[in-house]
Write a protein that binds this ligand. Structure first.
Ligand code: FE2
Length: 337
C-alpha cells in the first residue's frame, strides 16, 4: 500500500528568488494599489502606514533587515530541499494555485487535477518578459527552467484520485494537457509548482499530480473548508492506493501577502501544530484574499496530512517587509516526516 512519508508547506513568491534590493521594485505598485487586502478590509498604502505606525515597520523593512531575512529564507529552502532529498519519495501530490498562468477569464476552474504524462515549463520569451510587472521577471529563475522542460506527471495516480474525489462529491476539472494561451505573459505550469520543482526538488522531480486551485480570483474560489475536505479526501485515497509507493504531499503558497500579518500567520502555524482542522476550516474568506489566498494550498495539504503519523516543526518564518505599510510577503516553511 502507498504511504505518505513527507509533508511540506512552503511559500514560493518572488521575494525568495530576488535580492533584497530588488524587493523594492514592487514599491511603486504598492503605492498605486488603492485596495490592499489586510486582515478583513482593504486599504491604500498611506492608510496602512497610519494603521501600523506602532509596529516599527520602517526598521523591519530596512536594507539590513531585508538582507537578513532573505538569507534566512535561502537557508530554510536549503533545509527543505535536503529533507525532500532524504525522504526519497517515489511520487508527489502538489497543491498549488494558478495565478492566471494557465487559466484566464475564458475559463477559471475551481479545482483542476492534471492527469497527463508530462507537465511542461519554459523560460519567458522576450515578448512575454516585456509584459511582466516590475520586480517579477527577476524572480523567474526560481520557478522556471532555463530551457523548455517536461516534468513527469502520474496519470495512474491522478485518475485514481479524480475517480475517488468524484465518488466523494468533489466535481473535479481535469487537464491532460496544459493550455497554451495566445499572446499571454506566461506559458507552462505556474509558479506555485515551478518553485517546488526548481528549489525544493532541485530539479529532481518525481512523477506527481498537480492540484491546481483557483485561490485568487473571485467569485469561484473554494472555501478554506472545501480545500481542507478535498485534501483530506486525497490523503485518505492515497492511503488506500494499492501500489507500494512513498508519497510526498506539498502545499505551495502564502503566507500573508501582499500586506504581511504576522499574527495571522502564527495562527496558521499553531493550527498545523495542533492538527486543528476546524481552526483552519473556519477561516473566513476575507482573511484569504489576494496573495494570502494561497494559504488554501496549505490548508488542502493539511487535510491530507493531519490523518498521518507524520510530524515536524517550523523550519523558519520570515516576514519579508519592503515598506512601512507592511507590504511584502511573509515566508514560511514547515515539513513533517
Ligand atoms: Fe504565488
Amino acid at each position: 500500500m502507498a504511504q505518505i512519508v513527507l509533508g511540506m508547506w512552503t511559500t514560493h513568491g518572488p521575494t525568495l528568488s530576488t535580492t533584497p534590493e530588488e524587493w523594492l521594485l514592487r514599491l511603486p505598485a504598492d503605492h498605486a494599489n488603492k485596495a490592499h487586502w489586510y486582515q478583513t478590509g482593504r486599504y491604500d498604502f498611506d492608510t496602512l502606514v497610519e494603521m501600523r505606525r506602532d509596529e516599527g515597520l520602517a526598521e523591519k523593512s530596512s536594507l539590513a533587515e531585508r538582507t537578513k531575512r532573505n538569507a534566512a529564507c535561502r537557508a530554510a529552502i536549503d533545509r527543505m530541499a535536503d529533507a525532500y532529498a532524504a525522504a526519497k519519495p517515489d511520487v508527489a501530490v502538489i497543491f498549488g494555485n494558478d495565478q492566471q498562468e494557465l487559466f484566464n477569464d475564458a475559463l477559471m476552474p475551481a479545482f483542476t487535477v492534471f492527469n497527463g504524462d508530462a507537465i511542461w515549463n519554459e523560460p519567458s520569451s522576450p515578448e512575454q518578459a516585456a509584459k511582466h510587472p516590475p520586480g517579477i521577471h527577476a524572480a523567474e529563475w526560481g520557478h522556471k527552467p532555463p530551457a523548455y522542460t517536461e516534468y513527469p506527471g502520474h496519470p495512474e495516480l491522478a485518475n485514481y484520485l479524480i475517480g475517488d474525489l468524484v465518488a466523494n462529491g468533489f466535481d473535479i476539472t481535469r487537464a491532460s494537457q496544459l493550455p497554451r494561451l495566445d499572446n499571454h505573459w506566461h506559458s507552462g505550469i505556474g509558479h506555485a509548482f515551478g518553485f517546488v520543482y526548481r528549489q525544493i526538488m532541485r530539479d529532481q522531480v518525481v512523477p506527481h499530480v498537480p492540484f491546481i486551485t483557483n485561490t485568487f480570483f473571485p467569485p469561484n474560489q473554494p472555501t478554506a473548508r472545501r480545500c481542507f475536505e478535498m485534501g483530506r479526501a486525497v490523503g485518505r485515497a492515497i492511503k488506500a492506493w494499492k501500489p507500494d509507493a512513498r508519497v510526498a504531499i506539498f502545499g505551495s503558497g502564502g503566507m500573508s501577502h501582499f500586506v504581511i500579518d504576522e499574527t495571522f500567520d502564527h495562527q496558521i502555524f499553531a493550527a498545523l501544530a495542533a492538527r486543528d482542522a476546524e481552526g483552519l476550516c473556519a477561516i473566513g474568506e476575507d482573511w484569504l484574499q489576494s496573495g494570502s489566498s494561497e494559504l488554501k494550498n496549505w490548508i488542502a495539504a493539511a487535510g491530507a496530512l493531519f490523518e498521518t503519523e507524520l510530524s515536524g516543526d517550523i523550519v523558519d518564518y520570515q516576514p519579508c517587509y519592503r515598506s512601512e505599510a507592511g507590504t511584502g510577503t511573509a515566508n514560511g516553511f514547515v515539513y513533517w516526516n
